[in-house]
Design a protein around this ligand. Structure first.
Ligand SMILES: [Zn+2]
Length: 376
C-alpha cells in the first residue's frame, strides 16, 4: 500500500476519522486514476474536489475554450482565462491547489474515434458533459472496458446523478434512448450553483467508490430539485433488453453516433453559421446590416428579457409573431433574435410559412455579444 509522506499525511488528516474511509481510503485515493470528461459547470467542482481530496492521477478531457458566459457557474476559471483552452487553464489552477497531484489533459472532444484510447486505464470516468451522445458513448466504452463511471446532468433548478459499476445496471438500462424532451443546460439554462451541488455530489461518490470499490453500492439514481428542496432516489435494475450490457461486446464498433456538428469544438458549433435552410444570419452579417441600416430587427423574447438587455429593434414575443405583418415599402431585411437562436428560428419559420422573408440571428444574442466582445 502507498506510503504517505509527512505533508500528505497532514494535508488529508480530516479524512482519517471518517468512518469507513480512514487512512486506507486516503491511500486508495493516492493511487487512483480518474478521467474527467468535460470541464464545464460539473467538471469544475469535480476536478477541484478530487484534486483537493488527493486523487493521485487526474486526466482532463475537453476541447473548449473559456468564454465569458462560462464564469456564471464554471468556478474553476477566472476572467483572465477567457480565450484560453479550458484544459490548460484548469490544469494550472488545479496544480496550484495541490502540486502533489499528477494532472494530465487531452485537448480533444471525446468521439467514437478516440474514446477507447482516451478512456482506457482509469479506475473511474466522470461524465461532466452536457449531452446524451457523450453519455451513451462513455457508457458503451466503460462497459467494454469494465470500468465504472459517474453520470450527472443539470437543467434549470434540477440535477440527476448516478454511479455505474461494471456488472450492475448501466446508463442505457435506465435511459434506453435519447430523451428528446430532456432540457439541457445549453438550451434551457441552469441556475449558477446547481452544477456546484451536483458536481460536488459526483465528487463525493467518486471518492467513496475509489476508497472501496467492492463495497460501493451502485444501482441508485438520485434526482435533486433545489427549488422545492426535494430529492428522490430510484433503485436501478439491469434491463434484460439493454442494448449495451445485455449483448456481447462486438469489437470496438460503438453504436453511438454523434452528428458531424457534435464532433466540432463548442466554439465552432455555437455561433452557428448560415446553414439552416438559409434562414440564418450570423453576427458578422448582422453587424454589417446594422451599419448600413438595411435591417428590420425584431426581438422575439419576452418583455422582461427585452428590458433587461437588447440590441434594439421592435419587441414582438414569439407567441405574438403570428400577428406580425411587414410594411411593404420597406426594403430592409427582417432579422429576428432571441437569447440563443432557438425561438427566433421557430418564429422565422412561422413567418416564412406565411410568405414573409424573415431570418434568424444564429446563436442569438449570446453569439452576437461574444462576437462583439471578441472584436473589442
Ligand atoms: Zn444496460
Amino acid at each position: 500500500m502507498t506510503q504517505l509522506n509527512q505533508q500528505q499525511w497532514l494535508r488529508y488528516s480530516r479524512h482519517y476519522n471518517v468512518a469507513q474511509f480512514g487512512i486506507h481510503g486516503q491511500q486508495q485515493l493516492h493511487r487512483a486514476r480518474v478521467a474527467i470528461v468535460g470541464l464545464g459547470g460539473l467538471g469544475a467542482p469535480v476536478s477541484l474536489y478530487l484534486t483537493a481530496a488527493g486523487v493521485g492521477h487526474l486526466t482532463l478531457i475537453d476541447d473548449d475554450i473559456v468564454e465569458l458566459s462560462n464564469l456564471q457557474r464554471q468556478v474553476i476559471f477566472r476572467e483572465q482565462d477567457i480565450g484560453s483552452a479550458k484544459v490548460t487553464s484548469a490544469a494550472t489552477h488545479l496544480r496550484h491547489l495541490n502540486s502533489d497531484i499528477d494532472i494530465n489533459f487531452i485537448k480533444q472532444r471525446l468521439s467514437v474515434h478516440n474514446a477507447m484510447n482516451h478512456l482506457a486505464g482509469f479506475d473511474i470516468v466522470v461524465d461532466c458533459s452536457d449531452n446524451f451522445a457523450t453519455r451513451y458513448l462513455i457508457n458503451e466504452v466503460c462497459h467494454h472496458l469494465s470500468s465504472a463511471w459517474c453520470y450527472a446532468s443539470i437543467a434549470q433548478y434540477q440535477g440527476q446523478m448516478a454511479l455505474f459499476k461494471p456488472g450492475a445496471a448501466c446508463f442505457r438500462c435506465v435511459f434506453p434512448s435519447v430523451d428528446n424532451h430532456a432540457v439541457n443546460c445549453r438550451d434551457g439554462g441552469v441556475l449558477g450553483a446547481v452544477p456546484g451541488v451536483m458536481g460536488s455530489l459526483q465528487a463525493s461518490q467518486v471518492i467513496q467508490y475509489l476508497s472501496d470499490p467492492e463495497q460501493y453500492e451502485s444501482n441508485r439514481l438520485l434526482s435533486f430539485d433545489t427549488r422545492s428542496l426535494t430529492s428522490s432516489t430510484i433503485r436501478l435494475q439491469p434491463s434484460k433488453f439493454c442494448a449495451t450490457c445485455q449483448t456481447q461486446p462486438q469489437g470496438v464498433e460503438f453504436k453511438v453516433q454523434q452528428s458531424a456538428d457534435d464532433q466540432k469544438p463548442r466554439s465552432e458549433r455555437e455561433p452557428a453559421k448560415s446553414t439552416l435552410d438559409g434562414y440564418e444570419i450570423d453576427p458578422k452579417m448582422l453587424d454589417e446590416m446594422l451599419r448600413q441600416s438595411t435591417v428590420t430587427l425584431i426581438d422575439v423574447r419576452n418583455r422582461q428579457e427585452h428590458q433587461a438587455y437588447n440590441i434594439g429593434g421592435r419587441l414582438i414575443p414569439e407567441t405574438e409573431i403570428i400577428h406580425f405583418s411587414p410594411t411593404f415599402d420597406s426594403p430592409s431585411t427582417i432579422v429576428l433574435y432571441c437569447q440563443s437562436g432557438a425561438r427566433s428560428t421557430r418564429a422565422a419559420v412561422q413567418l416564412r410559412q406565411r410568405g414573409i422573408a424573415a431570418y434568424s440571428l444564429a446563436g442569438g444574442l449570446q453569439a452576437y455579444c461574444a462576437y462583439q466582445l471578441a472584436l473589442a
